[in-house]
Ligand binder design. Structure first.
Ligand code: C2E
Ligand code: CA
Ligand code: CA
Length: 858
């Protein structure tokens, strides 16, 4: 059995070595990215060889074994015949070894052994009558083959002794088979006390053809195994040669395949590269380094320039980009070649096959690889669209988006050009007009930004139309620039005018055109323009200075009652600087005691009792002394400083009221009057703010009177109305201030929740002047009485005015004659009128008054 496994183990070992080797080789090749496919084919082949080798080995093994057995059997059979002939049957079991019969047999045996040195022993066995197997002839055997019988094992076994070799059952059965007359072979090596053997057994016959004895031929198992192993070894050797041939071949193929596939990969890559280049939107050109000859173009390049590939390959780089100077190109390329630059990106033009030039962005590189010729690669992008967008953007950046007019940047550029011309051309003049719209802010605030925008657009188009079509200025149309600087500020440059007169005419025409009603969707709006004009002068160095002066003149126009123009003169600069100074000083003054309140009592004209007290803001300027509100409140309004100032006034007024009440509740005024600024009126949360101040001071709503100028009320009736209603619902007294100056209809007294009407002091001042004014004042008093609100006459300056008002039954009055504004201590409950009784003789009779009223109504 073990002999069978034996060669399988050999084979398995060998196969394992082969497979191991192949796998290692494969991994190694793979690591070097050799072609695995060819190798795998070899691997399969070598497996097939191994399987074939296995069967070959099996058959060689079997054959070798059979050969050996036959060989041994042949020996045994020959010796049996020979021994029979030599008269073995005549030798008894217990023969004396010295007898000549025995000696003859033994000699023959010795000779055979000497002739076949690979045999260990030849002996004969016989079955004794007692059934034991006894040895008959056994030569003294030189086991160790050293020429002498020196080993005890080599001594001759005594004939007739029981043979004890075949204790192994397989051996025993082979022995009995031989005794039965059949040659047998013990091929499974068995061991006795002399060694391990395989043995051929052959029966020997006597003259009656009966099995008389058997001959045994021993063969050392080791030699036997070696013989078989040698046979296998030759097969395995052949296999090994074949396998190594296969391995070598596969490795070689893999290596060459690698080489091939490298090339193929390179070719594939090139193809891919070309396809990619063709698919890119950019155009790619390659030029030779010596004469800039085109050596490659992609699809994009052909499309860009409208040439075929052949036509392009006949051109040079400079023919493709003819606007590029040859020297420039040479400089670029040599910088690339020398390695000082890796890449140049530049903008140039490429000539199309139709002859026109295409603006392109070009990236130029130098490519040199050991495997290939060096070349220049140009990646080119069509930037026609980009250029167009840039141009558009550039224009857009200099135009006002809303009106399409030039913006401040473009205007400033143009203005500079005009100024330059003034310096260079003697007698050349131009005028700069600065326009501001008197009601734009109100429209924007009350009707919303969309309507505000529409107004600006309409203004812009009226400006354009009037400057180009109005007769008086049509001659100026060519050089006229109209721009919007931002908000409602527009500027106009009137080019090449004869003199100031032309500019004034143009301004008048504009004021008329711009003052007409605007139809903005559902809204009808009126807005007037104030215009400042400044004439060019070589003295102006900076555009900003000229604009600043036009702006100053515009402010002056506003101050002079709007809807007019003013020509700049230097005195205005002083005023403007002063304004700016005031603004800065005021900013510093907020929150300090420079700002304080004066108080003027509101007195009952019936009995001279103190009724209320009006808070009037004052500013004690460090250098200019105490300033009245007219001097600084407009600036505060413009700069929105009015809001923090107003908050302070409301708080300070309430503080004072609480103090008066605390000092003497009977002498204190019944309420305080606080003037509201326009911006306060536009605060949606004004009522909430006022209520919280009242709550803080534990004041009742009716202890506060808020006064709103009629003119300001009319700027934005909608928002103002909402604010006033909110205040009124909480019980706060509301007064319409300066009544009679704001062009409001009397009906508005019913529209808004006023409880007090303060007649403007212009009425009162003119009372002395005649009956007409008295009649108007009287009608106002009567009206207030009729609709149930109290009337306060402002600015009573003399006893006559007082008397007239008293005769009209005007309930309340304020004025320097009664008590000029002053510190809070002045306000005490006292009989203000007592000292003025002398005036009572001036009172008009009722009939006189009636007469005057009728006069005005008709
Ligand atoms: P107003 O509300 O009509 O205030 C009355 C103005 O008339 C006060 O001028 C007062 O000094 C002046 N006045 C009083 N009696 C006479 C008189 O007999 N003759 C003459 N010619 N004038 C007299 P003032 O203090 O300069 O205030 C002017 C305007 O400033 C006020 O007119 C008011 O609208 C506004 N104002 C005053 N204080 C404040 C304030 O705290 N906030 C707001 N928003 N406006 C205020
Ligand atoms: Ca007032
Ligand atoms: Ca007033």
């Amino acid at each position: 059995m073990w002999t069978c496994i034996d060669y399988q183990i050999d084979f398995l070992l060998f196969a394992a070595c082969c497979v191991g080797g192949l796998m290692t080789l494969r991994r190694w090749l793979q690591r070097r990215r050799r072609d695995g496919m060819a190798f795998d084919t070899c691997l399969v082949l070598s497996m097939l060889v191994l399987v074939a080798g296995y069967f070959c080995l099996c058959s060689v093994d079997r054959e070798q074994r059979d050969n050996l057995i036959n060989h041994m059997n042949a020996f045994a059979s020959t010796y049996a015949g020979e021994l029979e002939k030599l008269g073995h049957s005549n030798v008894p079991d217990d023969v004396d070894p010295e007898t000549s019969d025995y000696q003859r047999l033994e000699d023959a045996q010795r000779r055979w052994l000497e002739a076949n040195s690979f045999l260990s022993d030849i002996y004969t066995l016989r079955r004794s009558t007692s059934g034991r197997t006894v040895l008959v002839v056994d030569s003294a055997t030189d086991y160790n083959r050293n020429g002498i019988i020196d080993d005890p094992r080599e001594e001759r076994t005594t004939p007739g002794e029981e043979y004890i070799g075949f204790s192994d059952p397989v051996a025993a059965s082979a022995v009995s088979q031989a005794f039965d007359g059949y040659p047998s072979f013990i091929s499974e090596p068995y061991t006795d006390r002399w060694g391990t053997w395989v043995t051929a057994l052959h029966p020997m016959l006597n003259s009656d053809d009966d099995v008389e004895a058997i001959v045994g031929v021993d063969f050392p198992a080791a030699v036997w195994g070696r013989q078989i192993f040698n046979a296998r070894l030759s097969v395995i050797g052949i296999l090994a040669v074949m396998e190594s041939l296969l391995l070598g071949a596969s490795a070689m193929i893999a290596m060459t395949r690698f080489h091939l596939s490298e090339q193929q990969i390179a070719a594939n890559r090139l193809q891919q590269f070309k396809t990619t280049l063709d698919q890119t939107l950019d155009s790619v050109f390659m030029f030779s380094t010596d004469n800039y000859q085109c050596i490659y173009v992609n699809e994009g390049a052909k499309q860009l320039l409208g040439y075929s590939e052949e036509a392009l390959l006949q051109q040079t780089a400079l023919q493709i980009a003819p606007k590029m100077a040859a020297e420039t190109f040479a400089e670029l390329t040599s910088a690339l070649q020398s390695g000082t630059h890796q890449l140049f990106t530049l903008e140039t033009f490429h000539r199309h096959s139709h002859g026109h030039d295409i603006p392109v962005e070009l990236s130029l590189q130098y490519v040199s690889q050991s495997t290939d010729r060096p070349r220049f690669v140009a990646i080119v992008r069509d930037i026609t669209e980009r250029r167009a967008i840039e141009k558009e953007l550039m224009i857009a950046a200099r135009l006002d988006r809303l009106t399409g007019l030039p913006n401040r940047a473009l205007f400033t550029d143009r203005l500079k050009q005009f100024m330059e011309r003034t310096r260079k051309i003697p007698g050349y003049k131009f005028a700069l007009m600065f326009l501001d719209f008197d009601r734009f802010k109100i429209v924007n605030d009350s009707l919303g930004h969309d309507v505000g925008d529409a107004l600006l657009q309409e203004i812009a188009s009226r400006l354009k139309n009037n400057l180009s079509t109005t007769d008086s200025i049509s001659t100026l149309a060519d050089g006229t620039t109209v721009s919007r600087l931002g908000g409602d500020e527009f500027v106009v440059i009137l080019d090449d005018i004869d003199g100031l007169e032309t500019a004034c005419k143009a301004a008048n025409a504009l004021i008329a055109a711009l003052g007409e009603q605007y139809q903005l969707g559902d809204h009808q709006v009126r807005s007037t323009a104030s215009i400042g004009i400044v004439c060019s002068s070589p003295e102006y160095e900076r555009a900003e200075d000229m604009v600043r002066d036009a702006d100053t003149a515009m402010y002056e126009a506003k101050a002079r009652g709007k809807a007019c123009y003013v020509v700049y003169d230097n005195s205005m600069r002083v005023a403007a600087d002063r304004r700016l100074q005031t603004e800065n000083d005021l900013r510093m003054a907020i929150g300090t005691d420079q700002i304080f309140l004066d108080w003027q009592p509101v007195i009952s004209l019936e009995d001279g009792e103190l009724n209320g007290a009006e808070a009037l803001i004052r500013w004690r300027h460090p250098t200019r002394g105490v300033m009245n509100p007219d001097l600084f409140l407009p600036i505060a309004e413009e700069t929105r400083m009015i809001l923090p100032i107003s908050d302070w006034v409301l708080n300070a007024a309430c503080d004072q009221f609480v103090r008066w009440r605390a000092e003497s509740p009977t002498e204190a005024p019944r309420y305080v009057c606080v003037n509201l600024a326009y911006q306060q009126l536009m605060q949606p949360d004004l009522a909430v703010r006022v209520l919280s101040v009242l709550r803080e001071h534990r004041m009742q709503p009716e202890q506060l009177q808020l006064e709103v100028k009629e003119s300001e009320l009319m700027k934005n009736r909608v928002v103002a109305g909402a604010t006033l209603h909110a205040l009124a619902t909480h019980g706060i007294r509301l007064a319409i201030d300066d009544f009679g100056t704001g062009y409001s209809s009397l009906a508005c007294l019913q529209e808004f929740p006023f409880s007090v009407l303060k007649m403007d002091r212009s009425f009162i001042a003119n009372l002395n002047e005649g009956h007409e004014v008295i009649a108007v004042a009287h009608s106002v008093v009567t009206l207030a009485d009729n609709i149930g609100i109290s009337c306060v006459a402002e600015g009573i300056e003399d006893p006559v005015q007082l008397a007239v008002l008293q005769s009209m039954n005007c309930s309340y009055g304020q004025g320097n004659f009664l008590c000029p504004p002053g510190p809070a201590d002045n306000i005490r409950k006292k009989q203000w009128l007592r000292s003025h009784h002398a005036a009572s003789d001036m009172l008009m009779s009722d009939t006189e008054l009636q007469e005057f009223s009728l006069l005005t109504i008709t």
